[in-house]
Design a protein around this ligand. Sequence first.
Ligand SMILES: C[S@@+](CC[C@H](N)C(=O)[O-])C[C@H]1O[C@@H](n2cnc3c(N)ncnc32)[C@H](O)[C@@H]1O
Length: 290
Amino acid sequence: MQHTDPNPDPNPIPARTPTPPGTPPGSPLDAASHAPELVARLRAAGCVFAEDEARLLCRTARGADELADMAARRIAGEPLEHVLGWAAFAGLRIAVGPGVFVPRPRTEFLVRRAAACVPEGAAPLVVDLCCGSGAVGAALLAACGGRGELHAVDIDPAAVRCARRNLAGPGRHVHEGDLFAPLPTRLRGRVEVLTANVPYVPTGDLPLLPPEARDHEPRPALDGGPDGLALLRRVAAQAPEWLAPGGTLLTETSSAQAPEAARVLAGAGLEVTVTTEEEPPATVLAARRP
Ligand SMILES: C[S@@+](CC[C@H](N)C(=O)[O-])C[C@H]1O[C@@H](n2cnc3c(N)ncnc32)[C@H](O)[C@@H]1O
């Protein structure tokens, strides 16, 4: 469980799992009395942040039996977030279950770049393709003060179920299907912010992913085709007809993929800006419809 990720980008577990706002201060289990043994077992299993993980497990479990079960799953290699049932993302607690992609801390940069496209006080029309748990859309609307209309899409029914939990409420819609296909046609030419954290691991690199990703996240959530950009090419081809004039598509790639991704987006007639963040390393392309 030590993270020896050879691919700099698809890191399945936050380097450090912070306690998100909303975590109850007390818990049914006393972390102090359970933690020392649990920390030792987690550490022996290779968990780098064993103390943090033990504290989170103790806070989340509703009793000793559940804690034992959760600890066993984590020690067996399940992602911490799948065991907890949630991931901390952009200050939110995002529900995430087995078989659903765990939102990565670096993707918070994509959310910040998307939020920067929204004028102060505006209520944007947002589409989030490849939404997974719905983390990006949930965080973006939260950054917009809850204003806006969101349409999130995923092809995987498990992800759609999860996204519906995270995106409940008026103005939030989750659709099941392939990229733009399930979107209402009335959105054509009107989308102001289009986020698409598509799968972008090159197929040949999938075996290099850490076991948490390889064994516990669905392959379609990771596999971006021969050079990792197959899904992005499909998104780029259709984005101009869905974006409003001045609307922006935002997507994440590895730093190595960014030049080719920029060519793809520019080839679709979009004005591309590439921005990076150092910690955690993140590359985001913003592609604006003129
Ligand atoms: C890298 S994950 C990103 C999930 C989420 N946006 C996030 O950042 O946490 C990619 C997601 O794309 C979905 N996906 C893959 N191919 C798709 C397609 N053709 N249409 C819609 N969703 C797709 C997968 O099911 C997966 O949930």
